[in-house]
Design a protein around this ligand. Sequence first.
Ligand code: FE
Length: 201
Amino acid sequence: TPTVTSHQHTSPHTAPMEQRVDAIQAALDERGFQATQAVEELGHKAQEEWLPRNGARIVAKAWVDAAFRARLLADGRGAVVELGLTMPKHHRHLVALENTPRVHNVICCTLCSCTAFTLIGLPPDWYKDLEYRARIVRQSRTVLREMGLDLPPDVEVRVWDTTADTRYIVIPQQPPHTLGWDEERLASVVTRDSMIGVSRL
Ligand code: FE
């Protein structure tokens, strides 16, 4: 009779993650795939180009330009190209979620950590946390309150689960004190968390 050993998915002799990553990288490099160079390039892009300020420009433009906002809501991917912004090919759809006085949108990826990262930046650690991914769906109001956003009971909360090919960006409500500001100044008040939907401005 075979013995059932449960919950032993990795051998006790498995090397630490960093060593395993280095080994894979070295194996790819040896075979001419230039993994080290690719990782360096991705790291550079993540730190220099894929920043929340991209999404902030989208939000600011949506606030001041009603025609752009309409195009953004109809076809997000097409609209952000107008600002010179890009998304990877596999991010086939960008859905812009407009917050209103009655509706608050918040995004997550219940499976892993997907975001429109070229626009709102790489996901923060808490976004990848199993606890956020599970609880934001079932206990949205409580989780938002714990994160400092206490929504009035008459505001409907909508949670959007990111998939491989559909990415989201929340368009927060424009703070009243910023009415009349130019786009650049408006963009400076838009935060990553407000585009994920765990805070308001
Ligand atoms: Fe994911």
